[in-house]
Design a protein around this ligand. Structure first.
Ligand SMILES: [Zn+2]
Ligand SMILES: [Zn+2]
Length: 89
């Protein structure tokens, strides 16, 4: 699946203003994805967390990919891909 975001799409997304789903947290959220195999089927899940809570729950705070399964995921909060992309030390 491929699609192109138009300016109006971006405006619409901004107006959505997703909030972090952590109880009591009012920060703007990023979309977090993870998938796991259940009963031989791959299920994809989407959760919404702010940067801070995304990392706590094991997601990359940049792209929202579930990264806690990778040993290189640490408190910097970036997955291996984003880390090499941003060159943060
Ligand atoms: Zn939060
Ligand atoms: Zn990432």
């Amino acid at each position: 699946m491929s699609f192109q975001l138009t300016a109006s799409d971006l405006l619409w997304m901004e107006s959505m203003n997703m909030k972090c789903q952590e109880k009591g947290c009012e920060k703007e959220a990023i979309e977090c994805h993870y998938s796991k195999v259940e009963e031989d089927e791959l299920h994809e899940y989407t959760e919404y967390y702010c940067e801070e809570h995304a990392v706590i729950h094991g997601y990359c705070k940049n792209c929202g990919t579930f990264a806690a399964i990778y040993t290189c995921f640490d408190k910097s909060g970036f997955c291996a891909f984003c880390k090499s992309d941003t060159q943060i030390d």
